[in-house]
Design a protein around this ligand. Structure first.
Ligand code: ADP
Length: 487
């Protein structure tokens, strides 16, 4: 009998259990797609306080296992639950994961993050051994799990067991690298011999992302555009040299949109459902959204939406610089986001100055996110860089054309309407400057003001299909290539 391809996903977050960003959407959706394709798939996550509180019934698989990091033996319990046919395993260690947040507070990261996630990485490999599971592919994600391929190959406790398993390391965001002081190295169970520029050393510190890039068989990232960009000085975050050395092993696979959650025809959060034929219902969503955020609900001009982590990466500086002009042009804007204190303050201040034009919600609010996608006319993403980006895909489906900076996944998924009126689905600008951003926005509003052209554009935007089936198929092809050693 033909054996199914077996995949172990190791990730710091995954839906439906815990999410701070797109990585959670990706791991949650991809694992479900793999199940539909008959792959054997399991996901490993830390048993955060947030998961524990929502899933008190998870089953104990092993009461006590231990992972050795240097001289320290760290004990944990392995738990399991199933969701839509996918097995989720949780590494339960209260000291490391029973905290109010996943990675830190608004004042900064938890100081022991490198140890927490090194422990998680090693604990997953210990768990696989305890389960006697030798997956074909061990698929780790971002710096938090970048040590997995290193331990698989170099750690005396576990490396023998994984001789035949292959590793794929996916970079969802290169800017977060897991950097810390060099004296942490022995606490991660890593010999000082590896403290060289060819391994973990990075400007006198250690950098865990490097381990994923150096030791995994293949590296992927979440769009073809970003796969090219990370080889350059502008987007390589200091790792472009190392990445260039491995450029033949780097693949770009675009993330998908989960249309079972993001489809205006079925969305339970929004005031009225609609599709290409009933697009006029969208105005009910606009009214409802305006009402919900306390803006004048009879407003019929351009309504702009932003849903974003409030981080420099997302172009929040450009957005803030453009805000007075946005208001002066007579548009209204709704911003939903959480993140850096300075951005929260600046946005609140703007909403105090223009209370009838700008609505700001500092929260992580899934329901409001859906309402913004449906109720706004245009969706703004002026990102400095964007590995893939999900919101522009959702906004296309919701007939809310995106105005984006032409970088990474945004450049791959948005076609500029001004340049290609017959194919365009949104509006793009190149330089990360308020002037260029506003220019794209005004071009968009010109089209908005022409009823026929707007209808044509929004109907077309809805027809773009970024469903996970395509991306999942590309991952399966890549896994098979890795196993055959063709990559
Ligand atoms: P990133 O992972 O860099 O934050 P992505 O565009 O890949 O950006 O994914 C962000 C995901 O998180 C999207 O699903 C988006 O809707 C969601 N999101 C971001 N901020 C919020 C928020 N404040 N409230 C609700 N959802 C949010």
């Amino acid at each position: 009998m033909k054996k199914n391809l077996s995949i172990s996903f190791i990730s710091p977050e995954a839906l439906p259990f815990v999410k701070t960003g797109g990585l959670a959407d990706v791991v949650g959706s991809l694992s479900r797609q793999f199940k539909l394709l008959d792959l054997d798939v399991e996901v490993f996550l830390p048993f955060y306080k947030q998961i524990k509180e929502k899933n008190p019934g998870s089953k104990v698989v092993f009461e006590q296992l231990s992972a050795k990091l240097g001289y320290r033996e760290i004990y944990f319990c392995l738990r399991k639950t199933s969701y839509q046919g996918v097995d989720f395993y949780f590494v339960d260690n209260e000291d490391f994961f029973h905290r109010d947040n996943l990675y830190g507070t608004s004042f900064g990261d938890y100081p022991d993050n490198l140890i927490r996630f090194a422990f998680f990485s090693k604990a997953v490999l210990v768990s696989l051994i305890a389960l006697n599971s030798k997956p074909d592919i061990i698929h780790s994600n971002d710096w938090q799990t970048a040590l997995v391929p290193f331990y698989m190959r170099k750690d005396r406790d576990v490396s023998k067991f994984f001789g035949r398993s292959r590793s794929l390391f996916t970079i969802h965001n290169l800017a977060y690298q897991g950097i810390g002081p060099s004296d942490t190295l022995p606490l991660l169970g890593i010999d000082y011999d590896f403290f060289t520029p060819g391994y973990f050393e990075f400007y006198g510190k250690i950098n865990l992302m490097k381990a994923g890039i150096i030791f995994s068989e293949v590296i992927s990232t979440v769009s073809k555009g970003y796969a090219r960009e990370i080889l350059t000085e502008e987007f390589g975050c200091g790792l472009q040299g190392l990445l260039q050395k491995r450029k033949n092993d780097i693949y770009g696979i675009l993330n998908g949109a989960d249309y079972s959650l993001w489809d205006p025809a079925k969305d339970n959060y929004i005031a009225a459902n609609y599709n290409q034929e009933s697009l006029s219902n969208k105005y009910l969503c606009k009214k409802d959204l305006l009402h919900e955020v306390g803006l004048d609900y009879s407003y019929t001009g351009p309504l702009l939406g932003v849903i974003s982590r409030l981080a420099k990466q997302k172009g929040i500086d450009v957005l803030i610089s453009a805000m007075h002009d946005i208001v002066r042009a007579g548009y209204k804007i709704i911003i939903l986001g959480t993140g850096e204190e300075r951005y929260q303050q600046a946005l609140w201040e703007l909403s105090r100055i223009y209370p009838d034009k700008i609505a700001v919600r500092v929260a992580f609010d899934d329901s409001l996110a859906h309402k913004i996608e449906a109720g706004c006319d245009l969706f703004l993403m002026p990102s400095e860089y964007e590995p893939c980006g999900l919101n522009q895909m959702y906004s296309l489906k919701y007939a809310t054309p995106p105005v984006v900076r032409a970088v990474g996944g945004l450049d791959d998924t948005v076609i500029d309407y001004t340049q290609s009126p017959l194919r365009g689905n949104g509006f793009k600008f190149r330089r990360p400057e308020a002037g260029d951003f506003l220019n794209a926005l005004h071009r968009a509003v010109d089209v908005y003001n022409n009823k026929d052209k707007w209808r044509e554009l929004t109907v077309r935007a809805m027809s773009f299909d970024f469903s996970w089936e395509v991306s999942a198929g590309q991952y399966v092809n890549l896994y098979r290539k890795i196993i055959k050693g063709e990559s």
